[in-house]
Structures are given as C-alpha cells and as structure tokens.
Design a protein around this ligand. Structure first.
Ligand SMILES: C[S@@+](CC[C@H](N)C(=O)[O-])C[C@H]1O[C@@H](n2cnc3c(N)ncnc32)[C@H](O)[C@@H]1O
Length: 185
C-alpha cells in the first residue's frame, strides 16, 4: 500500500470517501517548474523596511505569478537575501529612484494601484482581476504611502477591517490584494 493510501483522509467531504493526496504531493503535481517574468502584476514594496515583509511578499509573488519591484538599497538587498525562503527567487525588478520608477511605469501604460486606507478607495471585495499591467504600491510600516506619491496613483484599494487595530501588516495587505488582482481568490 502506498503512503498516500494509508494516510487519513485530508479533504472536505464525507469521511468514507477515498483517501486524498497530501498538500506537498498536490503542489508537486500542480507546479512542475518555476515561472519567469510575466510583467503583468508587479508588487512594489518601495517604502517597506522590515526584512520579514519582503520575504512574505516574495512567497506571495511566487504563488500568484507576480514580480516584485525593490529599491536598489543595501537594506532591501539584504532583506531579499535573508527573507527569501524559496528555492528559486521570484522575478525581482530593481529600481533606483522610486518616484521616477513609478512615473516611468505609468508612462508605459501600467495602472498604478496604491494599497492604503483612504476615503473613496475601492474595497477589496470589489477588486476585479487585472486586465492590464498593474503595479501594486505598498506603504511604509509606520508612515504609509508618502504624500508626494499620491498624485501618481490611478486607484487605491482598501481592505475593510472590523477589529480595533488601525491597519493590517503590510505584507498581509499586499498579499490579499495580489490574490484578488491575480484572479485567484
Ligand atoms: C501598517 S500600515 C501603515 C499604517 C500607518 N500607520 C498609516 O497610518 O499610514 C502599512 C501599510 O500596509 C498597508 N495596509 C495595512 N492595512 C491596510 C488596509 N486595511 N487596507 C489597505 N492597505 C493596508 C498599506 O499599504 C499601509 O501603508
């Protein structure tokens, strides 16, 4: 008897149905190889500073087929090295001047979406899968998206919250939005 068949049933449904494959087996079956640069969905944690947040976002990029835009700073380079727990690092777009990089993406036709709490923002539940190249801009852990960047945003997406916290962790917020824009949730 194989390992798979002897394992207790893991999926939803009646306990009497046939044994299911373990998550690791399913992942191996579904994702036989790494993907390259799709240049369609780009998360831009340009103002993010904590290592752990870069690592979390890289894993989400891998999961949804997104690229990650990272400023060419010593901190960001070190964070990517330490925070990356994947065998193959997802596609990274390095950028020099952050404002200029956003402007250039916009000039080339990308939609620039800020993820932030804002009056008049699109609620997460109403977000449609991205039909054009989309840059998802995240804010600083304490200060959010800088004031001078707001005029460059085409849209803002807000994730509704019912708790007492004033905001979500930035990598969690970015991941939720990426899943929606990728059409995977
Ligand atoms: C911890 S928050 C920063 C909050 C900061 N104290 C402020 O008032 O702007 C870091 C980033 O996470 C994202 N974020 C956190 N919660 C969010 C929410 N509910 N909706 C949209 N973005 C959110 C935004 O990109 C934000 O800039």
């Amino acid at each position: 008897m194989s390992r798979t068949r002897s394992r207790p049933r893991r999926g939803p449904g009646p306990a009497s149905s046939s044994p299911q494959k373990a998550p690791r087996e399913l992942r191996a079956e579904r994702l036989p190889g790494a993907h390259g640069c799709w240049d369609h969905l780009v998360v831009a944690p340009l103002f993010v500073t904590y290592e752990a947040n870069f690592g979390t976002l890289l894993r989400t990029c891998d999961a949804v087929g997104a690229c990650c835009a990272v400023p060419h700073t010593a901190t960001a380079r070190a964070s990517l090295k330490i925070g990356n727990t994947l065998r193959v690092k997802p596609c990274v777009h390095w950028c020099g001047n952050r404002r200029r990089w956003i402007e250039r993406e916009r000039e080339r036709g990308a939609r620039i979406v800020g993820v932030e709490l804002a009056d008049g923002a699109i609620r997460l539940g109403d977000v449609e899968p991205a039909r054009q190249k989309t840059v998802v801009l995240l804010g600083h852990e304490h200060d959010g998206i800088p004031d001078e960047i707001w005029p460059l945003l085409d849209d803002v997406i807000e994730i509704p919250m019912v708790g007492n916290g004033s905001s979500l962790n930035v990598a969690v917020a970015g991941s939720l939005v990426l899943y929606k824009l990728a059409g995977l949730s």
